[in-house]
Design a protein around this ligand. Sequence first.
Ligand code: UD1
Length: 422
Amino acid sequence: MDKLVIEGGKPLSGTIVIQGAKNAALPILAASMLASGTSTIEHVPELLDISVMLSILRELGCQAEHKDGTVVVQTEKAHSPHVPEALMRQMRSSIFLMGPLLARFGEAKVYQPGGCAIGERKIDLHLQGLQALGAEIEEEGNVIICRAKELQGADIHLSFPSVGATENIMMAAVLAKGRTTISNAAREPEIQDLQNFLIQMGAKIIGAGTDTITIDGVEELSPCRYRVIPDRIVTGTMMVAAAVTRGNVTLLKTQPAHLTSLIHVMRRAGVQITIDDDIIMISNSGRPKALERVVTSPYPAFPTDLQSQLMVLLSLADGVSVLKETIFEGRFMHVGELTRMGADIRVDLNAAFIRGVKRLYGATVEATDLRAGAALVIAGLAANGRTIVEQVHHIDRGYDRIEETLSHLGASISRYSPVTNN
Ligand code: UD1
């Protein structure tokens, strides 16, 4: 397994361009199955999760190529509604294939998905939504088979605004007969991006970004060309990295409107943030201020995917901060590792009480999931001495060569891969 070795203590400085959004690209790639023909998706990051999605599409009979940030998917020869179990286990987002396969083939055979071990991560809302559209669902062990001769529009109320369930239902409903409304829908920017892609394919759908999405089913969709939005979580990660190293960084091709909550929180902590159209500039020269209370919640509130990164900033703040996690129950796994680097954090149920320290110290730590791993890299950049981050494959699921991006900003960070003897 690869390791990252970081010599901490250098302020980041310089300019980078933000990669395309993984969480937008994944459902969009799954949705390309809804039309027969060649779709071209631009600004797709080179990540482990994306290559798993492309492998799944190939197993279903599509051709899929990823070159220079552009994916070309040819779906006309797609013949199988069966997502192989080994691929399904590698990535939770494989569940996104359920809606499109059901809409295209009238059948989908999938397995309980894998993914980051950050909580229970049920799929009951996905299944209830598809059932409401007329799918019959059989579950046997970890196999899930959905069948529907014809999908029928329905009024669906989500008991929680799940991002994945909202997207799965949208993808099934675009080819259903009649009107579907999803109320208490998730409002994340990635849902708006999926809506825009589906509209480009010929779907009739409005409301993404609000809590009610209305879809009028159409007979057929056409392949199209589309450009994915910038990754707001990668943007946020780099913003925090700049702040904790007391650096001066400019991020290009961002969507600042997608980061309102983080910008607000970081400004409250005393970090200087300047916005100019799609450019975000971050500079910080002193110790951050502690924050009384930050709570993760569905968009537009503070995102769970930036909780661990913000915790590094608060670990170095002047005073005691409280950070509450309400989305995933297992999302404090980085706390133990940060503590080993000198952070002073106590967890009580879903709240972390963080007493800021003046300094973090390098240590050997383990990335337990994608965003926890990113937080440890940020901590290593700010710490005195050498940090070794193990299990880097988790980080590779969401950050396109993170060591290259950070080296470009002046960080001392290198990747070490084990030598294999063939
Ligand atoms: C998506 C993001 C992930 C982010 C999360 C929350 C992608 C590929 N992943 O994940 O990075 O952390 O949104 O912003 O876009 N739930 C149920 N039943 C369901 C579905 C979800 O109980 O059927 C619960 C989950 O256990 C969790 C909460 O709802 O506690 C949020 O999950 P959801 O919004 O569905 O997240 P994902 O789509 O998995």
